[in-house]
Design a protein around this ligand. Sequence first.
Ligand code: FES
Ligand code: FE
Length: 358
Amino acid sequence: VHGRAYTDTDIFEEEMAKIFHRGWVYVGHAGEIPNPGDFRLTKIGRQSVIMVRDDDSQVQLFMNRCSHRANAVCQTERGNKTAFRCAYHGWTFRRNGELASVPYQDGYGASFRKEDFGLRKVPRMDLYRGFVFGSLSPAGITLDEHLGKAKEQIDLFVDQSPEGELEVRSGIHKYGYKANWKFQLENAMDGYHPNFVHQAFLRSIQKRTGIKVDTFSGDSIGLTRDFGNGNVMLDYRPNNAANREKMMAVLPTTAGGKAYEEALIARYGQERAEEILIAGGTHLLVFPNLILIGVQIRVVQPLSVDQTEVFLYPTLLKGVPQEMNIKRLRGHESFYGPAGSGAPDDLEMFERNQVGLS
Ligand code: FES
Ligand code: FE
């Protein structure tokens, strides 16, 4: 790969135009907006968009742009609104995007029709298992085609819940770094680096538990899998299959573990339940901006050729003992928090990469 792919602003502009402003981009999870009027302000590439649940409980995606003079109608990252009222001249839009009222409407004359001035919808929107995607292009492959084999991994991730549903209401852990967005994508699917970048973390586990964690050494049977369309998986399943019995023996000894296992078996049957327990915490990249790792939804937002923002959403499972969800959150924090023992080291690598390539 030529180094310019990470440093050239023209290439970055082309990525925005051809990838982020044309293809399918992950915008948010329906679990972030469970009730009518719940909204989330987010982005597709450079475009500001509002994801909102309307009065019929449908998820809607709108451009954050008043149909009068293009003011951004929403300024808050999240919340609940009965309507979106533009601050400039007071045009007010319903939660389904319809224009509800215009101050001094008579001034526009008889030809003015409110029906013609609703909020502009994102041209295409589709959901898979609660994951909401948008495309700024009215034409192109379907979301189903874009996801392809990645759907099986999303299923595993969501089916960790005995109710088949995620809760995404534990806040967002945000970080930024001064380097290209693609470093985060590559790193998340890179099985080569952990023994080096995360050496301190792996050693501390060994010290505490006596178990040598080394799923990444040269003779590891794990592998990186190409699903097409840019979608990638770091596949530990061969390792996990080799440790199946050990993994299944540990679960019932953890708080809430026995009840959780029983709930999964009741819902999915023994075989699928075991598959979920062993492989549910997947390691998946859905190109270009969604990563699922363990318990977390990770969203990558390029800002410029050498500036990136990343949002991590630790998820909870519906229908599991509370101890299980607490364990998910504590585990997430220990590796990914600002004082976590893993993620900050990766970010340092991205910035050193950018220095080298520049
Ligand atoms: Fe929104 Fe005028 S720009 S009401
Ligand atoms: Fe890492």
